[in-house]
Design a protein around this ligand. Structure first.
Ligand code: PRP
Ligand code: URA
Ligand code: MG
Length: 210
């Protein structure tokens, strides 16, 4: 597993406002969308492309097109949905699949309540979106779903990660082509499995308490 932790003042600035408990939902939502666009820039560095030629008003020019089959973007509901618009703005030709997962707040184990993915992901590059990588249980399970269907490589974009979760994903995906891109690597998990200092419950901050 490759780990890339962003190192850019604009990303840190936006994360700082996101972390602030006083930031209201509408601002939180916009920041999540802006942050994913900045992180996607790094996350799509190895997107598969092929050479194409276009005619400018002046001459022929060599360029690149995103290869077929198109990349698949998979937000993990609920909180990952807040990252979808920002991602598809950057890769408008991507297809979108959905995974609904919720973590049991006692056991910290994820269960999957929705799965709308193509059955066959052979030869597909996949991008998983989830703002929070805490214990790593949800992300590891999501990545496993994609490899079970034949994905060639998986890149996860998360706004915040805990070292425990990164290690969990590293071990669970050993031997697979996996990249994790983080906005920041935080200090630890607390006794409730929350990222410290983190930003609280990303789903609740985006969409309200359930
Ligand atoms: O790394 P883990 O320990 O598995 O925790 C991370 C998961 O927890 C959050 O989702 P949550 O279960 O709160 O669901 P929600 O998005 O509906 O709020 C978050 O969006 C991740 O999916
Ligand atoms: O800190 C955390 C951990 C799991 N899920 C969240 O939304 N936040
Ligand atoms: Mg939640």
């Amino acid at each position: 597993m490759r780990l890339h932790v962003a190192d850019h003042p604009l990303i840190t600035h936006k994360l700082t406002v996101l972390r602030d408990a006083k930031t209201p939902s509408p601002v939180f939502r916009s920041l999540v969308e802006e942050l994913v666009t900045l992180l996607a820039y790094e996350a799509t560095r190895n997107v598969r492309t092929e050479p194409v030629e276009v005619t400018t008003p002046v001459a022929r020019a060599q360029g690149l097109a995103i290869s077929e089959p198109r990349p698949l973007v998979v937000p993990i509901l609920r909180a990952g949905l807040g990252m979808l618009e920002g991602m598809v703005k950057l890769v408008p030709t991507a297809e979108v699949g959905f995974l609904g997962m919720v973590r049991d707040e006692e056991t910290l184990l994820p269960t999957t309540y929705a799965n709308r993915l193509p059955d066959d992901l052979s030869d597909r590059q996949c991008f998983v979106l989830d703002p929070m990588l805490a214990t790593g249980g949800s992300l590891s399970a999501a990545i496993q779903f994609l490899f079970d269907r034949g994905a060639v490589d998986v890149t996860a974009i998360c706004l915040l990660g805990a070292p425990e979760g990164v290690e969990h994903v590293r071990q669970a995906t050993e031997g697979r082509d996996v990249t994790v891109v983080l906005g920041a690597l935080d200090e630890k998990l607390n006794e409730h499995g929350y990222i410290v200092p983190g930003l609280g419950d990303a789903g609740d901050r985006l969409y309200g308490l359930v």
